[in-house]
Design a protein around this ligand. Structure first.
Ligand code: ADP
Ligand code: ADP
Length: 242
């Protein structure tokens, strides 16, 4: 079963610096890709090759200029609009959890927030559900009453994973989500993500510049260069020098 299908995706950024002519960057250039349900796909490539733009197009963060993206057959964009009801099914975890966590809320409140917004749950129910999710990602006790700023980088990343899982997504997009962490913490977070994959029917896409991480974590890897897919292979066949 194909979960995500991208066809002919193009995204150009224009920066007009008057009086100079507008500069155009083709961040992604005619990208087509299929991801099957349950698969874990890695996206590799140099900085600036279009990786973040591509997964941005998979979740409504970047509206493509041309092409289509479908989730289980349903188009993510209709005309200029991202289909809001699909947003829940696709969650993005950033490199820096500060991007997605609210510093004014406790850890438990951060994880409960999407439940309140999307399921209109009672606050008490949402927070107890949040505690279950946090327990699942290895966080419990007084720690969940603290603010995200008082946690370690690895702990914060666990919170943002719990928050992403709260709405029960089908597709988890990970944009360099472990890159900023110490190697031993990276391994713990990757293991957590692999456990979640087995427990839930969760399809994962990981952007990483780290070939050893991709080899360990993914079934299949695509390599991007200048906005195009230049290679696609089983993760086991990745050349270490890439
Ligand atoms: P990667 O994730 O592989 O580093 P990006 O998708 O971030 O690549 O960027 C692809 C290209 O698009 C780069 O040349 C980058 O400078 C450009 N780019 C990305 N975001 C923007 C933006 N918001 N405005 C203008 N150019 C951008
Ligand atoms: P990491 O190396 O994983 O990024 P940090 O340097 O962020 O870890 O934190 C190291 C330790 O210090 C962690 O145990 C964390 O809980 C604690 N810590 C970090 N910032 C604060 C803070 N503002 N208040 C209390 N404890 C903190």
């Amino acid at each position: 079963e194909v979960l995500l299908q991208a066809e002919g995706l193009v995204k150009e950024y224009r920066s007009s610096r008057w009086p100079a002519p507008a500069l155009r960057t083709r961040a992604i250039d005619d990208v087509s890709l299929e991801i099957r349900a349950g698969e874990t796909v890695g996206i590799a490539g140099e900085s600036g090759s279009g990786k973040s733009t591509l997964i941005g197009a998979f979740c409504g963060l970047v509206r493509p200029d041309a092409g289509t993206v479908r989730l289980a057959g349903l188009p993510l964009y209709r005309g200029r609009r991202f289909q809001r009801e699909l947003w829940r099914s696709i969650q993005l975890v950033f490199q820096d959890p500060y991007t997605s966590l609210n510093p004014a809320m406790t850890v438990a409140q951060n994880v409960a927030e999407p439940l309140l917004l999307w399921h209109r749950e009672d606050r008490r129910d949402a927070e107890s559900r949040a505690r279950e999710l946090l327990d699942q990602v290895g966080l419990s006790g007084p720690l969940v009453e603290r603010r995200p700023t008082t946690l370690s980088g690895g702990q914060r990343q666990r919170v943002s994973i719990a928050r992403a899982l709260a709405v029960d997504p089908r597709l988890l997009l990970l944009d360099e989500s472990v890159s900023a962490l110490d190697v031993s913490i990276q391994a713990q977070i990757l293991q957590l993500l692999m456990d979640l994959r087995a427990e839930r029917e969760l399809t994962q896409v990981l952007v990483s510049h780290d070939i050893s991480v991709l080899k360990l974590f993914c079934d299949r890897v695509i390599v991007m260069q200048h906005g195009r897919i230049v290679e696609e292979c089983a993760a086991a066949d990745l050349e270490p020098e890439l």
